[in-house]
Design a protein around this ligand. Structure first.
Ligand code: PA5
Length: 449
């Protein structure tokens, strides 16, 4: 299969009967997902999205990206949570760590920066300074259209845009990605005639990277959207089979549930390539928001290797034994370098001469897997061939379908997120938002106790 899933390093921890015993449950979970009989069935449209997406809108996204690449040096993407992580993860994965600092002649597209994902004034000021006097556009992304962090960032950056270009031209530099009908952003977009893109009803924030939420920022960097969608749609076909032996995404879902039930309650997703750092952040939302509810669920965490082998590595090797690891490995990273010969050999590295850095990285991976296994940590590996758009589309779908099955295996609704509302109510009450007066009084009493 296109993605190689290696579960040989959980064998020590899982009896050979356990996986076949999960088949009946996986078949039931698959039915819940495909036939819509499971909880949250209104939010399954991501399942067929890679082949049923709106072609006209897709072309409009590409045209908008072209316009942005012509008239702007910077695109500011404003959003948070599901309206941020997918785009950021994909932009980093496809363009590399130094994309924004490359000279424009070396870049396929505009610089892409993200705002509205914190409440930090310093961050926004620094971002404003980074844009300076240069030409820029804004992509504001919010399904509800009312989320506090992006709304505040949008107000501030819109003011900068209007000051620079006047209201009419500013409106033509704002692209709003939001609900088809509802919310404050939709109303504003209509009133100000922004170009708009739709976040489909049946796709939750964390499953939305292959909708305009992710697609416009990705296209602004010049990446190939067709290949991204092709990867996802091929994955949708490959992962539609129920048999655990044939479907690595389902096998991953089953194995992590087997491990969870034995007390391995924290999963670390890991990489050996810094371009995948943000992939872990996207994955954490996908997993954590889908599964962490009803007082249960695997805690999704992450580590970057080999960096964190020099920090978290100690804990992983010898700390509390409730961890398992899922490594996302790239078979052929975009570049390779040879370790050069040095006559003097003062650093003692000549034994590596003729070896490539990717080979050294590979030996590190092998050594770590064996060490962690010996230390009592089950390790799963998900290997993609390269860092192409096609592979990213494939990988995104792998985890989306896996977490849906995994959630049903654990008896929860993988598509809602009731827990993210609690803090919002408190924050609104403490900020004095109209309608929250009573809660505000109670919270202020509690704070002053
Ligand atoms: O997954 C979720 O529901 C959240 O992370 C949302 O995506 C996030 O709160 C942003 O919401 P919105 O797109 O409505 O601004």
């Amino acid at each position: 299969s296109y993605i190689k899933f290696d579960d040989s390093k959980v064998k020590k921890f899982v009896h050979e009967n356990e996986l076949p015993e999960m088949q009946a449950l996986v078949t039931a979970a698959d039915q819940e997902l495909r036939q819509g009989t499971g909880a949250g069935s209104d939010f399954r449209d991501w399942l067929d999205l890679p082949s049923t997406y709106d072609q006209d809108e897709f072309s409009r996204i590409q045209r908008a990206a072209e316009k942005i690449r012509k008239d702007s040096e910077v695109l500011v993407v404003i959003g948070i949570g599901g309206s941020y992580l997918g785009a950021k993860m994909a932009v980093d994965f496809l363009n590399g760590t130094f994309y924004n600092t490359q000279p424009s002649s070396k870049r396929r597209g505009v610089q892409v920066v993200f705002a509205g994902n914190s409440l930090s004034a310093s961050y926004l000021q620094e971002l404003t300074d980074f844009i300076g006097d240069r030409d820029f556009s804004i992509n504001i992304i919010s399904k509800s259209g009312t989320t506090t962090e992006p709304s505040i960032a949008f107000r501030l950056l819109k003011a900068k845009l209007i000051k620079k270009y006047g209201e009419n031209e500013a409106n033509q530099r704002i692209y709003a990605t939001t609900d088809a009908k509802h919310g404050a952003l939709r109303q504003e977009a209509t009133a100000s005639q922004y170009e708009t893109f739709v976040i489909p009803d049946g796709v939750g924030g964390r499953y939305s990277v292959l909708t305009p939420v992710g697609l416009l920022p990705i296209a602004a960097t010049g990446a190939d959207l067709n290949q991204l969608m092709k990867g996802a749609s091929d994955a949708a076909k490959a992962y539609a089979v129920t048999d655990l032996k044939e479907n690595p995404a389902y096998r991953y879902a089953a194995l992590r549930n087997i491990l969870y039930r034995k007390g391995y309650s924290t999963e670390l997703v890991e990489n050996y390539e810094p371009n995948l750092r943000m992939f872990a952040e996207w994955w954490k939302q996908l997993m954590g928001e889908s599964e962490g509810k009803d007082q249960k669920g695997i805690y999704p965490s992450s580590a970057n290797f080999t960096t964190d082998l020099h920090s978290l590595g100690q804990y992983i090797q010898e700390g509390l034994r409730d961890l398992f690891e899922t490594v996302i490995k790239v078979k052929e990273p975009p570049y390779n370098l040879d370790v050069p010969m040095d006559e003097k050999n003062l650093d003692g590295l000549n034994y590596l001469q003729g070896m490539s850095l990717n080979e050294v990285n590979e030996r590190a991976y092998e050594g770590v897997v064996l060490a962690h296994n010996d230390g009592g940590v089950p390790v799963l590996t998900v290997e993609i061939p390269d860092e192409s758009e096609y592979s990213l589309g494939y990988l995104i779908y792998f985890f989306e379908v896996a977490v849906a099955i995994s959630g049903y295996l654990n008896g929860i609704n993988p598509f809602n997120q009731p827990g993210v509302e609690a803090y919002k109510k408190n924050m609104f009450a403490l900020l004095g938002k109209p309608g929250y007066e009573e809660l505000g009084q109670r919270l202020n009493r509690e704070l002053n106790q």
